[in-house]
Design a protein around this ligand. Structure first.
Ligand code: IPM
Ligand code: MG
Length: 367
């Protein structure tokens, strides 16, 4: 049997730098754990636009559909702000999500012990935090029609449409219930059923799906109240399921509870392929951070932990995923810190590659 395949799309900004560190980790697993991948690399976002005039070439899209998993760095940058909306770097990422039909976006927010002091919230509020946001990723206001900027009378009108079908809500909810079953068996669904019809339908369908998961304690919250509760006492949550836009906002909020956006991975999963593996794309939650790009300052942990999620969710290698997660935890416990994880003056931060090397050394020590 051939090796499982991995398509790497480093993208823009700090994407290529953090991905270089993931390559070290991938190589280590190949050499030391016999976990070998056929790795190919391609362009996405601004990098693809610079070469092809499009943020995602059709050939790259086709490749993404064929491989066992895609690992993406980040897309976007100020240089591309002037581009037409249809070719902006973000469109490349959105096309991947849509055409691969990656409807279930898993965004864990976990507070590493060594970083509990680093959160902007009090330590006892965040210490030990371990929640999972399941964000619907292929529908809602991100993709709903009609959309656009039209002329009406003597002014322009910007239009986007929040739209959800029952089946779209159903499948996102099901993936969240499945996860809740494997975790603390608690699921909180967030929408705005008080003002949006799509929210009313969301609540009804999630409640219906819940009947298939009687062991899971289901609750509902308006998304604004959810944001408030997330900052007030985040440990009340286990799994949260929400739509595309609320999920975008709430996952950044949840991420920051843990101290740094530089630590958080994500998995975007779709339906199973012929080989039983889900269509999958893994990416850090952070963006391309153009302000620090190319300076060796970026924290590669979120991207490294995204590879850990790939090991767990695409390749059924939960033990190896845990090994990698523990290696990252050990590095943090040992006090290795990239600039984003430091607030004391006078300490020299670890560079991107020093952090990557430290993780590989911790992996080595785990043998
Ligand atoms: C995210 C990002 C994307 C989104 C952007 C880059 C299109 O913010 O993955 O959270 O809005 O979904
Ligand atoms: Mg976002």
């Amino acid at each position: 049997m051939s090796n499982p395949s991995l398509l790497i799309l480093p993208g823009d900004g700090i994407g290529p730098e953090v991905m270089a560190e993931v390559r070290k980790v991938i190589d280590w697993f190949g050499a030391k754990r016999g976990v070998v991948f056929d790795v190919s690399e391609d362009l996405v976002g601004g990098a693809a636009y610079d070469k092809h005039g499009t943020p995602l070439h059709d050939d790259t899209m086709a490749k993404a559909q064929e491989v066992d998993a895609v690992l993406l760095g980040a897309v976007g940058g100020p240089k591309y702000d002037v581009l037409d909306f249809s070719v902006k770097p973000e469109r490349g990422l959105l096309r991947l999500r849509k055409e691969m039909d990656l409807y279930s976006n898993l965004r864990p927010a976990q507070c590493f012990d060594a970083l509990a002091d680093f959160s902007s919230l009090k330590k006892d509020v965040v210490a030990g935090l371990d929640i999972m946001i399941v964000r619907e990723l292929t529908s809602g206001v991100y993709f709903g029609e009609p959309r656009g900027i039209i002329e009406e009378g003597n002014e322009r009108v910007g239009i986007n449409t929040q739209r959800y079908t029952e089946s779209e809500i159903d499948r996102a909810a099901r993936s969240a219930f499945e996860l809740a079953m494997k975790r603390g068996k608690k699921l909180c669904s967030m929408e705005k059923a008080n003002v949006m019809e799509s929210g009313i339908l969301w609540r009804e369908v999630v409640t219906e799906v819940g009947k298939d998961y009687p062991e899971v304690e289901l609750s509902h919250m308006y998304a604004d109240a959810g944001a408030m509760q997330l900052t007030r006492w985040p440990k009340q949550f286990d799994v949260i399921v929400t739509d595309n836009l609320f999920g975008d906002l709430l996952s950044d909020l949840a991420a920051m509870l843990t101290g740094s956006l530089g630590m958080l991975p994500s998995a975007s999963l779709g339906a199973p392929m012929a080989n039983g593996r889900p269509k999958a794309l893994y990416e850090p939650v952070h963006g391309s951070a153009p302000d620090i790009a190319g300076q060796g300052k970026a924290n590669p942990c979120a991207c490294i932990l995204s590879f850990a999620m790939a090991l767990r969710y695409s390749f059924d290698l939960g033990d190896e995923a845990t090994r990698l997660e523990q290696a990252v935890e050990k590095v943090l416990a040992d006090g290795v810190r990239t600039a984003d994880l430091l607030n004391e003056e006078g300490r020299t931060p670890a560079s991107t590659s020093e952090m990557g090397d430290a993780v590989v050394a911790a992996l080595e020590a785990s043998l």
